[in-house]
Ligand binder design. Structure first.
Ligand code: COA
Length: 260
C-alpha cells in the first residue's frame, strides 16, 4: 500500500506505519490524518496484520503536533470539524482497534502527536523523546482527546499541570508518570516494540480483541465495564481459540492459535 504522507509495511504479522513528513517534524496535516485513517483501517482488515506499530520518520520526531500552519486561519466551525475528525477518524479508531496498536515514540511527541500516542494501547519511548501538550501556548487547548486521555493515564493533577504549563517532559519523567510503558535507546526502540508484538502474537487474537473492548469500556460514559467483561468473557467460550488454548494447557503443549 502507498500513501503520500506515510510509509506502510507488513512483515511477519507486524504492520509498521511511519508518519513521513520529517522536514515538518511529522506534523499532522489533514492529508496525513486521512492517510493514517486509511492505513489503520487497512491494517485492521488485513489478516496478515496482527499488531500495528506507529512511529515517526527520522530521528528527531514522532509527531510534533497538528499542523499549526494549516489550522492557523480556521474559523470556529472549521476547528470543530478538525477536532471531530481527529477524534473519530484517528484517535477513537486506534483506541477501539481490535488489533493492538503500539506507539514507538522516537523524538518530539507534542500536541496532536501525544494525543495520537495516548490513543495507542502501548507506548514505548526512545530516551531522546520529549512529550508535551503545548496547545495553551498557541491560545488553544488539546483537541484530539488530550484533555481526556492524559488524566486517564497520569491522573488529573499532573495532567492539568502539563496542560496548563505546556511544559515538555523527557522520557524518564514520562516513564515515572506512567505516560509511557518503557524507555530505551533510540537504536533499540523498534527492537523492543517488535519483542512486545511477538509476545502478543503468541496469544489468542480473539481474546486480545475482547480484552481491548473490556478495558476500553471502563472509560466510556454510560457503559458498565463489568458487564462488558462478563459478556466478552463468556463469548470467548464459543471460540476456536478457547478450545485450542485450554486443550494445549491440558495436554502440556504450546497453544497454536490461528494466524501464527
Ligand atoms: N505544525 C507545523 N509545522 C511544524 C510543526 C507543527 N506542529 N512542528 C514543527 N513544524 C515545522 C517547522 O515549522 C519547521 O518547518 P520550516 O522548516 O518550513 O520552517 C520544521 O517543522 C522544523 O521545525 P523547527 O521548529 O525548525 O525545529 P526545531 O528543532 O527548532 O524545534 C520544536 C522543534 C518541536 C520545538 C518546534 O518545531 C515546535 O515547537 N513545534 C510546534 C510544537 C507544537 O506546538 N505542537 C502542538 C501543535 S497543536
Amino acid at each position: 500500500m502507498t500513501f503520500d504522507n506515510l510509509l506502510y509495511q507488513t512483515d511477519q504479522g507486524v504492520t509498521i506505519i511511519t508518519v513521513n513528513r520529517p522536514d515538518k517534524l511529522n506534523a499532522l496535516n489533514y492529508d496525513t490524518v486521512m492517510d493514517l485513517n486509511r492505513a489503520i483501517s487497512a491494517a485492521q482488515k488485513d489478516p496478515a496484520c496482527r499488531v500495528i506499530i506507529i512511529t515517526g520518520s527520522g530521528e528527531k520526531a514522532f509527531v510534533a503536533g497538528a499542523d499549526i500552519k494549516e489550522f492557523s486561519e480556521f474559523t470556529a466551525s472549521q476547528a470543530k470539524e478538525l477536532s471531530q475528525r481527529g477524534h473519530t477518524e484517528l484517535c477513537d479508531l486506534i483506541e477501539h482497534s481490535n488489533k493492538p496498536v503500539i506507539a514507538a515514540i522516537n523524538g518530539f511527541c507534542l500536541g496532536g502527536g501525544l494525543e495520537l500516542a495516548m490513543s495507542c494501547h502501548i507506548r514505548v519511548a526512545s530516551n531522546n523523546a520529549k512529550m508535551a501538550l503545548p496547545e495553551v501556548s498557541l491560545g488553544v487547548i488539546p483537541g484530539y482527546g488530550g484533555t481526556q486521555r492524559l488524566p486517564q493515564l497520569i491522573g488529573k493533577g499532573r495532567a492539568l499541570e502539563m496542560i496548563m504549563t505546556g511544559g515538555m517532559v523527557n522520557a524518564d519523567k514520562a516513564l515515572s508518570m506512567g505516560l509511557v510503558n518503557h524507555v530505551v535507546e533510540l537504536e533499540s526502540l523498534m527492537l523492543l516494540c517488535h519483542s512486545i508484538a511477538e509476545k502478543i502474537m503468541g496469544n489468542s487474537s480473539v481474546a486480545i480483541a475482547s480484552a481491548i473492548k473490556a478495558v476500553n469500556a471502563n472509560y466510556q460514559d454510560g457503559v458498565n465495564g463489568y458487564q462488558i467483561e462478563i459478556d466478552e468473557f463468556s463469548k470467548c467460550f464459543e471460540t476456536e481459540d478457547f478450545r485450542e488454548g485450554t486443550n494445549a494447557f491440558i495436554n502440556k503443549r504450546r497453544a497454536n492459535f490461528p494466524g501464527r
